[in-house]
Design a binder for this molecule. Structure first.
Ligand code: GTR
Length: 332
């Protein structure tokens, strides 16, 4: 296509999408694209809305040349599957939790460790600082460009039967975890039986009694309807594994520099949106499940931490990663 045609085509696209096309930011030769992004949660969920926001920014700033469609509610599959599809380039973007990445990208294991982050502020300082940047950069070796971390609240256990003492009351219980070695070993260390399975299978497993419990943050516990079957929410707040937005390196590699800059910029812009929506959603989700009559149980978090922290090396199963842990601990 000639440069003139290319420019005209972009302008028309831009005009069709935005009322005022300020600039045609794509250099000629760059390809217009409708990106596909995978998401496990429904459309109104904070992570989904953040990626939709990112797509809107991308469309606006590319003069309408690019757009992004979020396939929410697991339309493209469960997280392990979408990760693989993204690695292959069949899916362009993927928003998942770091836990299903733990086996593939070892550095992410550190972020899943129990009782590592002291507070949400501590987590943000780590993710927004050099350690966060290093972990994002580590994805590239495995076929992904990691663009941003999103918030996920502290994860707590929830069970079908009433559990009061952790770890004592946990012995033998079948607890669903994400498909991650860190979480699997954590459950073993608590004397329970880990049942790694995809998110979309948990509701049926709880309903039919195949598992006795699971663990997640307030918004997931509410949105997934797990609270209807696992009526005891135990405030263990044992992990804060964040969400991550990645892009397929196979797709990234054929983009030009301007598109890459645009994508990085739009992804970072969406972080503030996600954090705000997340804080709101957490409060609403907690309120809804409490109103639905679940029992909320306090636990001795110190006792749990005393059992789990010495097991970190085992959960990481890579001695090199302890250096990252120490750097995180040292972040004020
Ligand atoms: C949620 C997370 C999802 C998914 C889910 C799970 O907190 O937002 O991406 O990983 O947990 O437990 O599978």
């Amino acid at each position: 296509m000639s440069a003139g045609n290319c420019l005209r085509q972009r302008l028309w696209r831009g005009l069709a999408i935005t009322a005022v096309t300020v600039a045609v930011s794509l250099p000629c030769g760059a390809m217009a694209k409708v990106f596909r992004s995978a998401e496990t949660h429904p459309e109104d969920y904070p992570t989904t809305q953040a990626v939709i926001t990112m797509g809107r920014l991308l469309a606006e700033r590319s003069g309408g040349a690019h757009s992004l469609h979020v396939f929410h509610s697991r339309q493209l599959g469960e997280e392990k599957e979408t990760i693989e599809q993204t690695r292959l380039g069949a899916i362009d973007f993927d928003r998942v939790n770091v836990a299903p990445f733990n086996d593939l990208v070892p550095e992410t294991r550190v972020l899943s460790l129990p009782f590592l982050f002291r507070s949400v502020e501590h987590l943000h300082r780590v993710l927004d600082g050099p350690v966060g940047a290093e972990i994002l950069a580590a994805f590239e070796r495995y076929g992904f460009i990691a663009l941003a971390f999103y918030d996920s609240g502290p994860r707590s256990f929830y069970t079908r039967k009433v559990v009061r003492m952790l770890p004592d009351d946990f012995a033998g219980l079948r607890i669903r975890v994400q498909q991650s070695l860190v979480f699997t070993r954590m459950i073993e260390a608590l004397g329970a039986q880990p049942r790694p399975m995809p998110y979309g299978e948990v509701l049926t497993a709880l309903r039919t009694g195949i598992i006795d419990g699971a663990e997640n943050d307030w918004p997931s516990y509410e949105e997934s309807l797990h609270y209807r079957w696992a009526r005891t929410y135990i405030l263990s707040r044992h992990a804060m594994a964040p969400e991550v937005l990645v892009m397929s390196k196979a797709v990234w590699d054929v983009l030009d520099d301007e598109d890459r800059r645009l994508i990085r910029w739009a992804a970072l812009e969406s972080v503030a949106v996600q954090r705000r929506l997340w804080a709101e959603r957490q409060a609403v989700a907690e309120e809804r499940v409490r109103a639905a009559g679940i029992s909320v149980v306090d636990v001795d978090r110190e006792a749990m931490a005393a059992v789990l922290r010495p097991r970190w090396p085992d959960m990481l199963s890579d001695a090199r990663l302890m250096a990252l842990v120490h750097r995180i601990e040292a972040v004020e």
